[in-house]
Design a protein around this ligand. Structure first.
Ligand code: DGT
Ligand code: CA
Ligand code: CA
Ligand code: ZN
Length: 574
């Protein structure tokens, strides 16, 4: 395996950090840090230098000793001294360095003051407000550590789209097993949460041979670890890192088990309460009256026994869905078929991979009757965002394209940047010529909640803006959204005739389920956009739909369920 400069740099830096935590001589620590820095700035490949017998001590900050260490890394891929240090210190202590506001000094201080040597103790101490009392830490740092710990925890969850690829492949593999009847992927996956912790697959047995089913399950080629294997329950870990739990139940219990393992836990608890009130016992095996099973083969049957219609999994979060079901007032949730067009796409003109023509073709195949092209504006230099002239050219290009299309309309749009002061990146007289103006924040995100809210409100009030796109700027597992008072923004948007975007890009989905519900309650229509950067990206819409459903949205809550004719009228109203 080749050893890159960055690998060597990382090892040297780890050495410095661990020595520092250990309280080693300051000069020794600094020597490793300097060497790591030198490696980071080097244009030559160190591995090659070693192979060609070049003298490493000629490099800045590298003496005999360090040169020998670097050779060891190149030859063995690691450094014995580092491995030793890792064995000596609690490896969890090393992980504490992943908390952004903790450096080695602080880790050592935490250990000396409170004996903290792992993340769990760190979290506990922060929650008990003990950290603020250590010299040099304070309340702010303590709160920051808690947030950072939380973010680290969140990172372990898998994006729904990634989980979907894994789940679908596993599903088809299981289908090939003899002895399996029905298969469902339950858990948060079935509730279509934006991220999933693990996958919960439920199967019903067609024969009586559990063993064969479990053998087949653990024989899947992508498995890296068999965590447990029993007759009715097994767990494995896959190459992708995701854990999969499999449960096998008899056919008569499949519905009850599906309901139970779909969750959420909070939903299950409410369902159980209702059952108890009616004198039933409910479990993953069925609904029982005394010893007799009275429901459980299907989910519908279980809900029916409790006087409720079937509840779509996306709603099962104990957010009022049980009450609504019992009053027969469940929302009739939006589906992909209700969507008439996509309101957020990119093409090769900026950072997309397909031409407008190709995107249009794909959108038609999707069954849409319109699609807005919304390129970035000039402030987004990295992707050659459009300036006024470029936008005018594109409007012309789209006009021409439209004249060749029948039964389909390309909307000339723009995703214009909301600048630091809340003004827009392009002149109003050009924006005026667009069918649709989508505005979003990309830069200078480091603002107070109040300042960011005012910045976006200014865009809301701008007469040219129709939609506020990705209104929180978050990227799941990468960065939190900027702080913004969405309730205030939505309230103003409602008054100004502006719509809020639910971006379907699987790692964005800026508006959370709860935000969608907030919009519905405030009466602001949501615009669903795929933010497609290629023809394949148009299918991001389905993640938007799932999120919208989790937010209780119905057809009339979503802007692009309207035909272009209706939509045009609404946009003009502004
Ligand atoms: P995840 O995996 O963290 O994204 O979330 P879930 O909802 O898939 O949770 P998971 O995998 O721990 O369990 C799957 C379902 O099993 C969960 O949604 C509800 C059910 N379940 C698990 N533990 C309990 C429990 O202690 N009580 C009840 N009532 N249900 C549970
Ligand atoms: Ca799960
Ligand atoms: Ca699970
Ligand atoms: Zn975009």
């Amino acid at each position: 395996m080749p050893v890159h400069n960055s690998d060597i740099k990382k090892i040297l830096k780890d050495m410095a950090d661990l020595l520092d935590i250990k309280g080693a001589n300051e000069f020794r620590v600094r020597a490793y840090r300097n060497a790591a820095r030198t490696l980071g700035q080097l244009s030559k490949n160190v591995e090659e230098m070693v192979r060609e017998g070049e003298d490493l001590t000629r490099l800045e900050g590298i003496g005999e000793d360090l040169a020998g260490k670097i050779e060891e890394i190149v030859n063995t891929g690691t450094l014995e001294q580092l491995e030793e240090l890792k064995r000596e210190l609690n490896p969890e202590m090393v992980r504490m360095l992943e908390v952004a506001s903790l450096g080695p000094r602080r880790v050592k201080k935490l250990y000396d003051a409170l004996g903290i040597n792992n993340l769990k103790d760190l979290k506990e101490a922060a929650q008990k407000k003990k950290i603020r009392e250590i010299e040099g830490f304070g309340k702010k740092t303590e709160e920051k550590i808690l947030t950072e710990l939380q973010e680290m925890g969140e990172e372990k969850r898998t994006l729904l789209k990634e989980a979907e690829e894994v789940a679908e492949a596993f599903y088809s593999y299981l289908q090939k097993s003899e002895g399996i009847g029905q298969i469902e992927v339950a858990g948060s996956y079935r509730r279509r949460k934006e991220t999933v912790g693990d996958l919960d697959i439920l199967v019903s047995l067609a024969g009586k041979d559990n063993n064969r089913v479990m053998e087949h399950f653990v024989g899947y080629e992508d498995i890296t670890e068999i965590i447990s294997k029993g007759e009715t329950k097994s767990s494995v870990r896959l190459k992708s890192g995701i854990q999969v739990d499999l449960r096998a139940v008899e056919k008569e219990s499949f519905g009850a088990a599906l309901l139970y393992f779909t969750g959420s836990k909070a939903h299950n608890i409410e369902v159980r309460k209702l059952a108890l009130e009616r004198g039933y016992k409910i479990s993953e095996y069925g609904v029982f009256e005394g010893e007799t099973q009275v429901a459980g083969e299907t989910e519908e049957g279980v809900y029916q026994k409790l006087d409720m219609p079937w509840i779509p999994p996306q709603l099962r979060e104990n957010q009022g869905e049980i009450k609504a079901a019992r009053e027969n007032s469940l929302p009739s949730l939006i589906t992909w078929k209700d969507i008439q067009g996509d309101l957020h796409t990119h093409s090769t003109r900026t950072d997309g991979r397909n031409t407008i023509k190709e995107m249009v073709e794909a959108a038609r195949k999707q069954g849409y009757s319109y699609m807005a092209v919304t390129e970035h504006s000039k402030r987004v230099r990295m992707v050659n965002g459009l300036d006024e002239k470029g936008l005018l050219e594109q409007i012309e290009e789209i006009k021409e394209l439209n004249s060749t299309l029948e039964g389909f309309r390309v909307l000339a749009g723009i995703e214009v940047d909301i600048l630091y002061d809340g003004s827009l990146d392009l002149e109003g007289e050009v924006l005026e010529k667009c069918d649709l103006v989508v505005a979003s924040v990309h830069y200078n995100r480091n603002m107070s909640r109040e300042a960011m809210t005012n910045r976006i409100l200014k865009a809301v009030e701008n007469p040219h803006v129709n939609i506020i796109a990705h209104p929180t700027g978050r990227e799941i597992n990468k960065r939190r959204g900027y702080p913004v008072d969405l309730e205030k923004v939505m309230t103003e948007a409602k008054g100004a005739g502006v719509f809020m975007e639910l971006n379907g890009y699987p790692s964005r989905l800026d508006l959370k389920d709860t935000h969608c519900r907030m919009a519905k309650d405030l009466g602001v229509k949501i615009s669903l956009g795929s933010d497609a950067h290629s023809t394949g990206g148009l299918t991001n819409m389905k993640y938007g739909i799932d999120q919208a459903r989790r937010g209780w949205l119905e057809r009339e809550d979503v802007l692009n369920t309207l035909s272009w004719k209706e939509l045009k009228k609404i946009l003009k109203k502004k």
